[in-house]
Design a protein around this ligand. Structure first.
Ligand code: 5GP
Length: 123
């Protein structure tokens, strides 16, 4: 079996959303970046931002993506956070098994909309 944290899995949920095989409300859709609401929001605002390239997690993305992709990605995160969470926000980027990453396509989660709770609850 292929390890989804070592080899990019084209069958992951976000790859399907990128190909239009699964629905998602597109909050931002640019050449290198897509953003949509989380299906199971953990805060009033819970947005997922993903690069369109095939990157498993942040380490992979920052090692292999072009500077254009990296800049476009973080500028999009900043714009979305400012637009949807004017009173502050938290960014989460899980990587690998110890983090509990479920979807093996790099994503940043923007959380906000009201005061957030503890940063890292007990597993
Ligand atoms: P991870 O645990 O991988 O860091 O975060 C994955 C996130 O994706 C979770 O917050 C989960 O609720 C969200 N998610 C999983 N499946 C879907 C889906 O089909 N659509 C959307 N919009 N979000 C999803």
């Amino acid at each position: 079996m292929v390890d989804a944290f070592e080899t990019y899995d084209d069958g992951n949920i976000f790859a399907k959303i990128l190909r239009g095989e699964l629905p998602a409300k597109r909050l931002l859709d640019e050449e290198h970046v897509l953003a949509f609401p989380d299906i199971a929001p953990q805060a009033l605002v819970h947005i997922l931002v993903i690069p369109k390239g095939r990157y498993i997690a942040q380490g992979d993305f920052h090692a292999s993506a072009s500077e254009t992709e990296i800049t476009a990605f973080w500028r999009a995160v900043a714009r979305l956070a400012a637009e949807h969470c004017p009173d502050g926000h938290r960014l989460i980027a899980n990587q690998g098994r110890h983090s509990g990453q479920e979807v093996p396509h790099f994503h940043v989660q923007i959380l906000g909309g009201r005061r957030l709770g503890a940063l890292v609850p007990e597993a």
